[in-house]
Design a protein around this ligand. Structure first.
Ligand code: FDA
Length: 471
């Protein structure tokens, strides 16, 4: 294949929300850019597509009120939001399979378990308030909190198994999509503080508040329109040569020489690129302590939202079910009804060993446990399987293993010479969310623009100036 060679000020690897925010902002600052994207579409982990006649959000979709960077961007791009349907009762299934209807945030459990839930939520809220999501490693007890798994910490906090199972659910299966024994308390507190507090993760009406008319991928599609010919799709970056004079970034059909490069994708994919010279020891090590979670996002479309007829909101939870949570995900203006359901971590491992039809039957049976037999007969059924996507490798995002956040977190965003990093998976506020991707895109663009102008950033909020760090 013949390769085109071009020269730009900055090359951005990845056309997800972080890369496209960075590229458009750099362009606004008067710099020339090229964006190289491996896939034949923009949006990364946001992808709105039509499957068998139903428009589905295959990746990220919800926006919460504290996600102000994304909300500002939606305004700027002229994108409208709509509320998730939430009238009526939610459903909780006990370990024995008893179905309990409820309203509000606290699951309908025995009074003593409820008291434990409330106590633990308050305790985690208080701890999360002590953690700066941009610098969790600076917490005075960071080393100690990073050395104990969330599961072990919960076990030491309470003997109430149902309270433990439910608190673990909010951060494990529902957010980091890893079992609660696989991440630390500090990592859990980062997750909570990045969303403004643990209570926000418990409150589905907050964290899963709004959706975007036309779909979340519109954010990337509209940003990409501003780039015109500076966006190159179908160009997986294979090699980055770098030195004091800049970088040479080689994709399959294009090579870009630039002063800076931004790697705007999940950190687990850095090792896909050959670096010359190799990345420093610190980066080699730290990148091995991050891994993606695993979750199957299941879309089931029915001829009508039948659960609403029973006075149900579509919101259901149980730490004891294959589907640990589900919501009414009916699309804007659609007369049909859609449920979105989630199967996480070890449950996802288990059902991925099954033939497709058996997996579908198991997942729909779990939905039927909450909604009745009608749930077993959707007109459209689709499983988002990001673990199989070469350019993502899991969902929703990357998190550190036990002890990794306190040991390596501070260097996650540190540039290596002309190589900068930006992704939702290294955000403080908005961590693991599109909002965090936008924040990291802005930050890296401002850092590079200031650095190339020979300035230092006046507000060193999240990271030191690049000029201090370039080595
Ligand atoms: P992202 O992964 O989106 O983009 C990176 C891009 O880089 C990709 O397009 C990839 O192809 C490309 N790339 C990788 N390696 C490359 C290489 N070597 N060369 C060229 N290109 C390369 N968030 C939210 O706010 N609300 C929500 O409801 C959800 N829900 C949700 C559900 C599911 C199923 C998923 C998978 C994710 C979410 N998220 C979410 C998370 C959200 O989608 C995610 O945080 C952002 O998309 C991350 O944006 P980034 O730009 O950082 O990376």
């Amino acid at each position: 294949m013949t390769s085109t060679e071009i020269t730009r000020d900055v090359v951005v690897v990845g056309a997800g929300p972080a890369g496209l925010t960075a590229a458009t902002r750099l362009k606004e600052a008067g710099l020339t850019v090229a964006v190289l994207e491996a896939r034949d579409r923009v949006g990364g982990r946001t992808w709105t597509d039509d499957i068998d006649g139903a428009t589905l959000e295959i990746g990220g979709q919800w926006v919460s009120p504290d996600q102000t960077a994304l909300l500002e961007l939606l305004d700027e791009l002229g994108l409208e939001t709509f509320e998730r349907y939430r009238e009526g009762d939610s459903v909780y299934l006990t370990k024995d399979g008893e179905l309990r209807r409820f309203t509000g945030d606290i699951f309908p459990v025995a009074p003593e378990t409820e008291a434990e839930l409330v106590r633990l939520i308050e305790k985690i809220d208080a701890l999360a308030a002590e953690v700066d999501p941009d610098r969790p490693w600076e917490h005075p007890r960071a080393a100690e909190l990073d050395a104990i798994s969330f599961e072990a910490w919960l076990a030491a906090e309470t003997d109430d198994q149902e309270a433990r199972d439910n608190i673990a659910l909010f951060i494990g299966p529902a957010m980091l999509t890893k079992p609660a024994h696989a991440f630390s308390v500090l990592q859990a507190l980062l997750m909570a503080s990045s969303a403004g507090g643990f209570s926000h993760l418990v409150d589905a009406d907050f964290i899963l508040d709004k959706r975007i008319v036309g779909g979340m991928q519109q954010v990337s599609i509209r940003l990409a329109e501003r780039l015109g010919g500076d966006l190159h799709l179908g160009q997986p970056v294979r090699r980055i040569a770098h030195g004091p004079d800049g970088v040479t970034v080689a994709a399959d059909g294009i090579t870009v020489r630039a002063q800076r490069v931004v790697l705007a994708h999940a950190p687990v994919l850095y090792s896909r690129i050959q670096f010359d010279p190799p990345l420093p020891r610190r980066q080699h090590q730290l990148h091995q302590h991050l891994s993606m979670g695993l979750v199957i996002k299941v879309h089931a479309v029915y001829d009508r939202p039948f659960w609403r007829e029973q006075g149900l909101s579509g919101t259901v939870f149980s730490p004891y079910q294959l589907v640990h949570e589900a919501y009414d995900n009916t699309n804007h203006g659609d007369e049909r009804g859609t449920l979105v359901a989630f199967v996480s971590d070890t449950h996802a491992d288990d059902v991925f060993t099954l033939p497709d039809e058996e997996r579908r039957a198991r997942i729909l049976a779990s939905l039927a446990a909450y909604f009745g037999a009608e749930a077993e007969n959707p007109v459209v059924y689709y499983e988002s399987d990001w673990g199989s996507e070469e350019w993502t490798r899991g969902a929703y995002a990357a998190s550190f293993d036990l002890g990794g956040l306190h040991r390596y977190g501070a260097d996650l965003r540190t540039p290596v010479g002309p190589i900068h990093f930006a992704c939702s998976d290294m955000a403080g506020a908005g961590y693991q969310h599109v909002d965090g991707a936008v924040r990291m895109g802005r930050l890296v663009a401002d850092t590079i623009a200031a650095d190339l102008r020979g300035e230092t950033l006046p507000e060193l909020d999240a990271i030191p100036t690049a000029s201090m760090l370039v080595r």
